[in-house]
Write a protein that binds this ligand. Structure first.
Ligand SMILES: Cc1cc2nc3c(=O)[nH]c(=O)nc-3n(C[C@H](O)[C@H](O)[C@H](O)COP(=O)(O)OP(=O)(O)OC[C@H]3O[C@@H](n4cnc5c(N)ncnc54)[C@H](O)[C@@H]3O)c2cc1C
Length: 309
């Protein structure tokens, strides 16, 4: 089977591995120039930031076994057992940032970067994926792993009735600030704060987390702040976040800072099955098996199994 997968995030890459492992020919199309999607790691000078997903847990046996494999490959490690009081459950991260995992997964795959899928059409028994530069990829099967609104726009001419429960999935936004610092910050061990701040849903000291050579703080504004300020002036909102971040920065010196905005950060509702399919077109991603790293991985694998069945 020739399969085209749209998206080199965790769902797409995990689907690709399953299908390649079963002997199929797979091409992954990714609009950006790197893997990871919402598992994103960015460098500013010597500072390294995880600025999408911060960590992951393993709630299912299936994902637990995958995490064990990632750890033995040296691409993931346990970060801590909780933030603040600590509940004893392991929190994992990529060894040198979350994209360590997706970079590794992509290594053995045919991933085409800077390839923005624009349209999916059925031509007889064949699916055709057309890029924005009119390049065409023909396939026996397609797996689409973009956030749902982007998936729907690809399917406008595909003549497919997507269920309303999927069509209406919307996403929380996240406004983030990345701050390069010098000196000790007030972010406590283990380098993450998950609750107790009125504006931030997560604060990370990436140096203390062990992924950054120099001081690097990630601040994620919570969903209600991000929604309220999304359409406001970007610089003014960024300054507001920096003011709010001040107590966590403490006496450290701010060297540089950048805003980052995730328009489709977290699906607000989740489709009850791990993927959805129509003939040999499968829609997958974290809107299916859960709004987190684990959900994306399980959904990608489920999409592959659906095609293999
Ligand atoms: C700010 C933030 C914090 C988070 N924190 C956590 C956390 O701490 N723990 C946790 O478990 N989860 C967290 N998550 C959620 C987690 O990141 C996601 O659930 C997971 O990464 C989703 O993976 P995915 O493969 O489903 O989608 P994505 O990662 O979004 O991958 C989709 C890919 O498709 C590509 N794409 C989109 N449209 C096209 C197109 N037309 N053509 C080609 N390519 C396209 C995108 O560029 C992207 O690479 C967080 C997410 C965000 C945004």
């Amino acid at each position: 089977m020739r399969v085209v997968i749209i998206g080199a995030g965790l769902a797409g890459l995990c689907a690709a591995h399953e299908l390649v492992g079963a002997g199929h020919s797979v091409t992954v199309l990714e609009k950006s120039r790197a893997t990871g999607g919402r598992c994103a790691t960015r460098r500013i000078g010597n500072a390294t930031f995880d600025h999408g997903a911060q960590f992951f847990t393993a709630r299912s046996d299936e994902f637990g076994a995958i995490v064990e494999q990632w750890i033995s490959l040296g691409i993931a490690r346990e970060w801590c057992r909780g933030f603040g009081s600590g509940d004893g459950h392991p929190r994992y991260c990529g060894t040198a940032g979350m994209t360590t995992i997706t970079k590794h997964l992509a290594k053995s795959l045919d991933v085409r970067f800077n390839s923005l899928a624009f349209e999916i059409r059925a031509e007889g028994d064949t699916w055709v994926v057309i890029l924005d530069d009119a390049t065409r990829f023909s396939a026996d099967a397609v797996v689409v792993t973009c956030p749902i609104p982007q998936t729907l726009s690809l399917l406008v001419h595909a003549d497919i009735e997507v269920p309303e429960g999927i069509r209406t999935i919307t996403y929380d936004k996240t406004i983030a600030a990345l701050v390069v610092v010098e000196g000790a910050t007030n972010v406590p061990e283990p380098g993450g704060v998950q609750s107790g701040d009125p504006v931030f849903s997560f604060i990370a000291d990436n140096q203390r987390k062990g992924i950054s050579e120099s001081g690097a703080l990630t601040f994620h504004a919570n969903a209600s702040f991000s929604e309220q300020h999304w359409w406001n002036d970007v610089d003014a909102t960024h300054q507001l976040l920096l003011d709010q971040a001040r107590p966590w920065i403490g006496d450290a010196t701010v060297i540089e800072h950048q805003p980052k905005r995730w328009r489709m950060a977290t699906p607000q509702t989740i489709w009850p099955d791990a993927c959805w399919s129509y003939q040999r077109l499968v829609v997958a991603g974290d809107a299916f098996a859960g709004p987190r790293v684990e959900g994306a991985v399980l959904s990608g694998r489920a999409a592959a199994r659906q095609l293999l069945a």
